[in-house]
Design a binder for this molecule. Structure first.
Ligand SMILES: *Cc1c(COP(=O)(O)O)cnc(C)c1O
Length: 370
C-alpha cells in the first residue's frame, strides 16, 4: 500500500455543522419542520440572488420538481447536454417526457449553443443546461435560442454553487434552477437539494408538489398528486453551517484549481477544461483529458495513479451511450462528448487539499503519462 491516499472528493465540515445538528437532536426537531429549514432556504436564496429557494431531499428530485412545476409531461421533449450526470436526463424521463441530447462545445465542455436549434421540434418544451464541473454555460447564447422558441430554461446547477456568469450567480440564470448537496458537492449536506427561482408561481407549485401536494392552508386537502421530497431539519442544519462557510469553500477550490492549472495547463499530453472570460467558475472537479500523444489508455492511467494512492473518477459516460438512452440517440453523433469521456478523468478536488497534495498528484500524473 502507498503511504499516501488522496481521495477524489471529501466533505469538509469545519463550521457549525456539529453544533446545529446537536441542536436538532436536543430539541427533537429532527423531521421536515424546524427553524433550520427556513434559515437555510432564506440564506441560500440570498446566496443565489433569487426570491425563492425551496429545499428538498436531493438534487435529482429538485430537477423533477422543477420540470413538473414547468408542466413537462408525457410526449414532451427537453433538450439536455449528453455530457452530464444521469440525473439530468432521468428527471426528464420521470415526467414521461423524452430527453433530447446535445453535444458539448470543445472549450468549456458545456452544452453547445450552436447545436440547440437543430434539435428543437414542436414537442420541445424546455432547455435544460448543466454548468459542467462548475463552469457556467454561455447563457446569453442559449437565452437567444430559448426566447426565439418561447422555451423556459432549467439550470441544473448541481455542480456550480457560487459560480457566476457575467457577474450573475448560477441558480439565478434560468426560469428555474436546481442544486445538489450530495457528499462530494462544493457545499454538502450528505444528501440534499434545492430549487431556486424568481417566479412566484413556479415557487408555489414546487412548494405544493414537494409536500405531497397538500394545500398549504387546508390540512389533508390534496388538489394534485404530489411527492414527499422534503428535506429534514437535520440536513438543513448542516446546509446552513456549510453556507456560512461558503467563502472558505469557494476560495479553497479556487486555490486548488489554480495550483492544478499552474502545473498542468501547458503540460504536453494534457488538456484541461477551458475557461471563458465571462465566467467565474466554482471548480467542482478539476479534470484532465489525455491527448493523442499519450500512449496509454485513460483507464490504465487511472489505475497507475491509484497504485500511487491517488483516487480519480472517469469523466461521465455521455447519456447517448447508456442503456436507457442509447436507442433514442442512435441516429445522432456526439464527437466532442465521446472524446472527452473516453480520454478524461477527474482529479482530487476538495477543500481540504494542500498545495503539497496537488503537487503530489501532478508529479505522479506527469510521470505516469510519459
Ligand atoms: C450531483 C448531480 C445531480 C444529482 O444530485 P443528487 O443530489 O445526487 O441527486 C444532478 N445533476 C448533476 C449535473 C449532478 O452533478
Amino acid at each position: 500500500m502507498p503511504k499516501k491516499f488522496i481521495p477524489v472528493a471529501a466533505p469538509v465540515l469545519a463550521g457549525n455543522e456539529k453544533q446545529y445538528v446537536m441542536d436538532c437532536l436536543d430539541s427533537t426537531w429532527i423531521s421536515s419542520n424546524g427553524k433550520y429549514i427556513g434559515q437555510f432556504e432564506e440564506a441560500f436564496a440570498a446566496f443565489c440572488g433569487v426570491k425563492h429557494a425551496l429545499s428538498c431531499c436531493n438534487g435529482t428530485v429538485a430537477l423533477h420538481l422543477a420540470l413538473v412545476a414547468l408542466g413537462i409531461g408525457p410526449g414532451d421533449e427537453v433538450l439536455v447536454p449528453t455530457l452530464t450526470f444521469i440525473a439530468s436526463a432521468n428527471a426528464v424521463s420521470y415526467c414521461g417526457a423524452r430527453p433530447v441530447f446535445v453535444d458539448s462545445e470543445p472549450n468549456t465542455w458545456n452544452i453547445d449553443p450552436a447545436l440547440l436549434e437543430a434539435r428543437i421540434t414542436k414537442r420541445t418544451k424546455a432547455i435544460m443546461v448543466v454548468h459542467l464541473y462548475g463552469h457556467p454555460v454561455d447563457m446569453d447564447a442559449i437565452r437567444a435560442v430559448a426566447d426565439r422558441h418561447h422555451l423556459p430554461i432549467v439550470e441544473d446547477a448541481a455542480e456550480a454553487h457560487g459560480a457566476t456568469y457575467k457577474g450573475r450567480v448560477a441558480g439565478s440564470l434560468g426560469e428555474i434552477a436546481t442544486f445538489s448537496f450530495y457528499g462530494n458537492k462544493t457545499l454538502t449536506t450528505g444528501e440534499g437539494g434545492m430549487v431556486t427561482t424568481d417566479d412566484d408561481d413556479l415557487a408555489a407549485r414546487v412548494r405544493l408538489l414537494k409536500g405531497q401536494g397538500m394545500d398549504i392552508t387546508r390540512r389533508y386537502w390534496f388538489p394534485v398528486i404530489g411527492y414527499n421530497y422534503r428535506m429534514t431539519n437535520i440536513v438543513a442544519a448542516i446546509g446552513l453551517a456549510q453556507l456560512e462557510q461558503a467563502d472558505f469553500h469557494l476560495q479553497a477550490r479556487k486555490n486548488i484549481a489554480g495550483w492544478y492549472e499552474e502545473r498542468l495547463k501547458d503540460s504536453p499530453g494534457i488538456e484541461m477544461q477551458g475557461r471563458e472570460t465571462w465566467a467565474e467558475p466554482t471548480c467542482w472537479m478539476v479534470s484532465a483529458v489525455l491527448d493523442q500523444t499519450v500512449p496509454h489508455s485513460r483507464d490504465d492511467v487511472m489505475i497507475a495513479l491509484r497504485e500511487r494512492g491517488i483516487d480519480t473518477r472517469p469523466i461521465f459516460y455521455p447519456m447517448h451511450v447508456l442503456p436507457p438512452y442509447v436507442e433514442s440517440a442512435a441516429a445522432d453523433s456526439f464527437p466532442v462528448a465521446d472524446r472527452l469521456s473516453q480520454r478524461g478523468f477527474n482529479l482530487p478536488t476538495w477543500a481540504g487539499l494542500s498545495r503539497e497534495d496537488v503537487d503530489y498528484v501532478c508529479d505522479n500524473l506527469l510521470d505516469v503519462i510519459r
